[in-house]
Design a binder for this molecule. Structure first.
Ligand code: ATP
Ligand code: MG
Length: 597
């Protein structure tokens, strides 16, 4: 069941926008932005930010800007920009002509900085980074003013110009706002806004050797782009007074236009059984724990795409879990269920046998075959049916046969009947074993009057209903069975199982404290390495049989393999000659309490 058509649930951001539209605060405009730093690949958490920013803009006939927050010349690269654009497009969004860079504003940012100096609201400080840290104070103690704090504006201005001209080495001076060293908010204690960095920038080259810092850059970029609602994650809540201070001052000075943007914070996406910290994702790739950034087990958006996850599945997850101001941990089962629910709607059904056992229909003529017809989607007859060839020798799943079945086993066993779905009812007559007693084939007889879809075929009821493929017609395929990357909910945490010890599929796990990157290990304990919690069976590669038509599937086509799960033709490796399918997710959650064997 999917609620894609359900009315969007109210949350505080929707309420704020509706109110601003009603009051006419921004003249009916809604302009949001998604501001990634081009220093890595986007992950599931970014999908939440993208969906909120682009989604809310679209809901309100507004627009969303894509802005690369490229103020750190040392860590950024165009390669990442391309992959970020592709990920946003993959999620279904378009920024149209509104693709910007913080570095587009370097001239303005510099000009405004000189203005702050002239106003006596900024000064050049010669303290080292350590000294600044040491004099910053704590939550309970005020900071100490720098000896340079009362440097005359003219002197600061001259020094700032010389910083820009490249006369000083990195770190010799910084430009700081002059706000309040005794503010209870540490961000207001004369934050640094410019530093010297003799480094080439991927867009501005060697034009600059002073670079603006995030807090200063972000609010001004928002204001210059006439953003209305600047939505970010909770760790920026304490930065909001600074955000407002900078742009209010500039607007008072006539440098920025009102109405000014306003910042709103929401809880970041944290998920169990993965890590989303950039440092850890880099380590997983560089140490070879996965096969690259687009490994289907990686919580990156390139990984999600190869895994077969869908943009609508991510939207469903965000819609279901809402946008709140409380940091919580979502169970990975919620993401998987959202994907299942979307895939259940959109994925055509196919048959694959992943652990094959030969079934020989002794009373079916050798060399003969006929078509059975299987619906492409049980709830969408308009998608039609396809032919499944039936013949004397079939493949069935090994665990659909038991020689001595326990009570309640309704699949195939000696003397028992099952329906071969879309085909005939067969009765098991015996087995062939090799010298070591291993079952190599099962024998059966079919009842010619029971073919599915023919008159009277359904009058005989049997409990078991198993899938099969004609051995002469099936193609082989490489099947990659993916599972969760980590085998515990909180990789690396002192109590990696969390408070409850296990998770149920609709649970929202309450907060385990973590740092701003969602690192449980760092926040809770340094004693354990999250890598020790990797799931050793997160990927299994097998050779299975698929229906002939599946080999023709275009890469990235998603299917339900009946009774098995959702699979996708691999984006990179799948060809008609050598089909490769990735398991996106099983049909049922095998991780929630009691389900795991
Ligand atoms: P860093 O700042 O360490 O490089 P980041 O994960 O914050 O990494 P950004 O590129 O700065 O990456 O993020 C772009 C946007 O995505 C920001 O607005 C950020 O708040 C948001 N974002 C990042 N991680 C999450 C998350 N887990 N859930 C929701 N939004 C997120
Ligand atoms: Mg960030």
């Amino acid at each position: 069941m999917t609620d894609k058509t359900a009315a969007p649930a109210p949350h505080f951001l929707r309420t704020v926008m509706a109110e601003d539209l009603r009051s006419g605060k921004y003249g009916g405009r809604v302009v949001t932005r998604f501001p990634p730093e081009p220093n890595g690949y986007l992950h599931y958490g970014h999908a939440k930010s993208i969906i909120i920013n682009f989604g809310l803009a679209a809901e309100n006939s507004g627009r969303c800007h894509l802005r690369f927050d490229d103020t750190n010349p040392l860590k950024e690269d165009v390669e990442f920009e391309d992959s970020i654009c592709e990920a946003v497009r993959w999620l279904g969004y378009d920024w149209n002509e509104h693709r910007y860079h913080a570095s587009d504003y370097y001239d303005d940012l510099y000009r405004f900085a000189e203005w702050f100096i002239e106003q006596g609201l900024a000064y050049v400080d010669s303290q080292s980074a350590e000294e600044m840290r040491a004099t910053r104070g704590t939550l309970t103690e005020p900071g100490r003013e720098s000896p340079d704090r009362n440097r005359p504006p003219a002197e600061s201005l001259a020094l700032f110009r010389r910083m820009k001209a490249g006369e000083f080495p990195d770190g010799q001076y910084v430009l700081r706002l002059k706000i309040d060293m005794a503010s209870p908010n540490l961000n207001m204690r004369d934050p640094a806004i410019y530093r010297i960095r003799h480094a080439s920038h991927h867009r501005t080259g060697d034009q600059w050797c002073v670079y603006p810092l995030y807090d200063y850059t972000h609010c001004i970029s928002d204001a210059l782009e006439r953003i209305t609602h600047s939505i970010c994650t909770l760790e920026f809540q304490d930065h909001r007074p600074l955000y407002d201070w900078v742009i209010e001052k500039l607007a008072d000075g006539g440098m920025l236009e009102r109405p000014l943007p306003r910042q709103y914070e929401f809880a970041r996406l944290n998920l169990t059984y993965v890590v989303l910290s950039k440092r850890k994702l880099i380590e997983l790739v560089s140490k070879g724990h996965v096969e690259g950034w687009d490994d289907p087990r990686m919580p990156t958006l390139v990984g999600a795409r190869r895994r077969g996850f869908t943009p609508d599945g991510f939207r469903l997850l965000i819609e279901r879990t809402g946008v709140s101001k409380n940091d919580t941990w979502l169970d990975m089962g919620l993401l998987e269920n959202a994907m299942r629910d979307d895939l259940n709607e959109i994925a055509e059904r196919r048959v694959a046998v992943l652990d094959p056992l030969k079934l020989i229909i002794d009373n079916y003529p050798e060399g003969q075959s006929e078509d059975c017809f299987a619906p492409n989607h049980p709830k969408k007859p308009e998608l039609g049916k396809r032919a499944l060839p039936f013949s004397r020798e079939l493949w069935i799943e090994r665990d659909d046969f038991m020689e001595t079945p326990p009570k309640g086993y309704f699949r195939l066993s000696p003397g028992k009947e099952v329906r071969l779905r879309y085909g005939y009812i067969v009765q098991c007559t015996g087995v062939d074993k090799d010298a070591s007693g291993h079952i190599v084939a099962v024998h059966a007889r079919y009842d010619p009057d029971t073919k599915s879809g023919t008159p009277g075929a359904e009058t005989r009821k049997v409990k078991g209903n198993i899938h099969w493929l004609s051995a002469a017609h099936a193609k082989t395929a490489e099947i990659r069975l993916y599972d969760r990357l980590f085998s515990v909910p909180f990789p690396g945490a002192r109590n990696p199982l969390g408070d409850t010890g296990n998770t149920t599929d609709n649970a929202t796990i309450k907060t385990v404290s973590a740092d701003a990157d969602g690192n449980v290990a760092e926040a809770v304990s340094e004693e354990r390495n999250y890598l020790d919690d990797l799931n050793p069976s997160s990927k299994k590669t097998i050779t299975g049989y698929i229906e002939p038509a599946l080999a023709q599937a275009a890469p990235e086509t998603r299917f339900q393999f009946e009774r098995q799960g959702y699979f996708v033709a691999d984006l990179t490796d799948h060809t008609k000659e050598t089909p490769v399918f990735n398991r996106t997710v099983t049909l049922k959650d095998s991780w929630s309490a009691g389900n795991r064997d």
